[in-house]
Design a protein around this ligand. Structure first.
Ligand code: DHB
Ligand code: MG
Length: 225
């Protein structure tokens, strides 16, 4: 079965040309990431804009991101924050975090963004110990093996009604294969298992194609009351 089509990227280009336009700060971010040897696994430009608009539409004051990489999606999310909002983003690799810090600064978002360096579980524990923050939006785009654990932390740290978004939940369709040779599939499937009949969270997942090939986002909302 064909699992990529060059038209998917062409359509992404069309979307960017008409709906988003030039973005020198993000171009610089991607160039800096490439120069520093970071993997090119950021969300696409169109997906990043979706994150920005979601944040703006819920008037997000506090956003948590798990998996900073070079800061591309953090810049998108920070742009969507309310005027006095804050983004906390978690990154395992100190060298990636340093590249991200510069990119975020260069994009004019430095004042809104705090990067916590180290294994995400440790940082999440710290956030919980601090009494949590009432996160309005949590974006998870990190090691897939821990997706179910990240869901647990996100639910504890998010306010009722908060939105949770997980990247890469389709994996070229691999998610439905319990015997997949993609090592990231079992962790992704654990997320779905955890959300099956979940008492406090309503969820869906949307498959996507584009410059990131065939993948998808899982979106969940923590129930109120
Ligand atoms: C991978 C990770 C991502 O977050 C992504 O969007 C695409 C690929 C990966 O680890 O291969
Ligand atoms: Mg991703």
């Amino acid at each position: 079965m064909q699992d990529t089509d060059p038209r998917w990227s062409d359509v992404d280009d069309y979307i960017v040309e008409h709906l988003i336009g030039e973005d020198p700060a993000q171009d610089a971010c991607l160039a800096a990431n490439l120069a520093a040897g970071l993997p090119s696994i950021d969300v696409s430009i169109a997906q990043g804009r979706m994150l920005e608009l979601l944040a703006r539409s819920i008037r997000a004051q506090n956003i948590l991101e798990i998996g900073t990489l070079g800061g591309f999606s953090a810049i998108c999310l920070a742009r969507g924050l309310a005027a006095d909002g804050q983004l906390v983003t978690l990154e395992l690799e100190p060298s990636y975090a340093e590249v991200a810090r510069q990119n975020i600064q260069n994009a004019g978002q430095g004042d809104k963004v705090e990067i916590l360096v180290g294994a995400a579980i440790g940082s999440l524990e710290t956030l919980l110990d601090q009494g949590g923050r009432p996160f309005d939006l949590v974006f998870v785009d990190a090691d897939k093996e821990n997706y179910a654990a990240y869901l647990d932390y996100a639910i504890q740290l998010a306010r009722p009604g908060a939105m949770l978004i997980f990247d890469n939940v389709v994996r070229k369709g691999g998610v439905i294969d319990p015997d997949s040779d993609d090592p990231k599939v079992p962790g992704t499937r654990s997320l779905y298992e955890a959300l099956k009949n979940h008492p406090n969270v309503d969820a869906t997942a949307i498959q996507t194609v584009g410059s990131k090939k065939w993948d998808g986002f899982l979106m969940a909302v923590v129930r109120e009351g």
